[in-house]
Write a protein that binds this ligand. Sequence first.
Ligand code: FAD
Ligand SMILES: O=C(O)[C@@H]1CCCC=N1
Length: 387
Amino acid sequence: MDANNFDCIVLGAGIQGSYTAYHLAKKKKKTLLVEQFVLPHSRGSSHGHTRIIRKAYEQDYYTRMMSECYQLWAQLEKEANVQIYRNTGMLVVGKEDCSAFRSLRGTLLRNNVPMEVLSPEQFASRFPSVRLPPGESAVIDKTAGVLHADRALKAVQDLFCGLGGVIHDGEKVVDFTPGSPITMTTNSGMYRAQSLVITAGPWAKSVLARTGLQLPLQVLRINVCYWKERIPGTYGIGRHFPCFIGVKQHGAKHDIYGLPSNEYPGLMKICYHSGSETEPDERDRQTSQEDIAILSSFVSKSFPGLDPTPAVVEQCMYTVTPDSDFILDQHPSHSNIIIGAGFSGHGFKLAPVVGKILCELALGKTPSFDLSPFRITRFQSLLKSAL
Ligand SMILES: Cc1cc2nc3c(=O)[nH]c(=O)nc-3n(C[C@H](O)[C@H](O)[C@H](O)COP(=O)(O)OP(=O)(O)OC[C@H]3O[C@@H](n4cnc5c(N)ncnc54)[C@H](O)[C@@H]3O)c2cc1C
Ligand SMILES: O=C(O)[C@@H]1CCCC=N1
């Protein structure tokens, strides 16, 4: 077989593409993973030390997918011999009259996820360094915790290479021609494959536009803020402080979430689950501080043990769909082009199962999960496609 001919090519080596490539290599498929930047890089959505892993979701289908994700993350830890998951639990706080909060709690109960419901008194005695606003309730998802994201990404890529997979980083895909095989051109080579998986993160919209498909994806620049503990360790992982999600608290339009201080000692990560619209190659030109103002006000009201001015601000990007559900599907006109896109700021924890599903689609197999929430046809009225 020609060195440039593959069973499958995966475009984009973020967590979704890397996990897809790993599953394909496990199935003994000759797989090429192409990445425009030299690895590791911090220009997409999968970089950084940490992500939240949880079963607490508004929708049952994510909670069910998470059961297998926990198993696959554990398998990855074993195969790579690295710790990726750390159980911390996660506090979910919100108003009783907020439907999103009630749905999250309902999903935990319906799916028998280990959880606790805290009364305001229990909350105050367990978390004296956090203020629960009057009229708000709290539950704990006991399965939740922290994923060591950078470590996880490297582990998946290393295992992929160990299985015979090929990574070409620093190589940008500039063109591809659908067909059987598909022909793909990068800035330094030309390759052929039976199937192509597109996991281009914030670049998915422009990559797919080359095929005439205009997906309703919006790219947001996210400010990743770290806040200084007045007494170091107050909210530390070492003191078993949990992750948290504040569901639309203090009138915020979007959720606010946080992780215990860990990667930068004395600094706790608290972020707003939204940001300002950007072009992926223009990320660093954005300057909006609106989200930071919302976070500062939240921190001063809810976390009195933190200085309400961020000590460190890093950048990342979300690629969001109109309903915040992922896109996991075949291309509407080319069945051997598979699309994994629109992870809407919550896709990292689900990557083991996303990768499995994209691998199944690339091999023409029946996917192991019901893909109706993830199909492109749900955007029928929004598709500006010339297909
Ligand atoms: C601040 C922040 C916090 C988050 N928190 C959580 C969390 O707590 N829990 C959770 O589960 N999820 C979280 N997420 C979401 C999660 O990180 C993303 O859903 C996930 O990383 C998306 O991965 P991806 O592979 O789709 O995208 P990316 O990581 O962006 O990967 C796409 C890759 O494709 C490459 N590429 C694009 N075009 C080309 C081309 N033409 N040629 C070659 N390569 C190309 C890009 O360079 C990039 O490396 C968070 C995201 C952010 C930004
Ligand atoms: O996916 C996650 O868990 C985080 C926290 C909530 C908002 C988005 N990302």
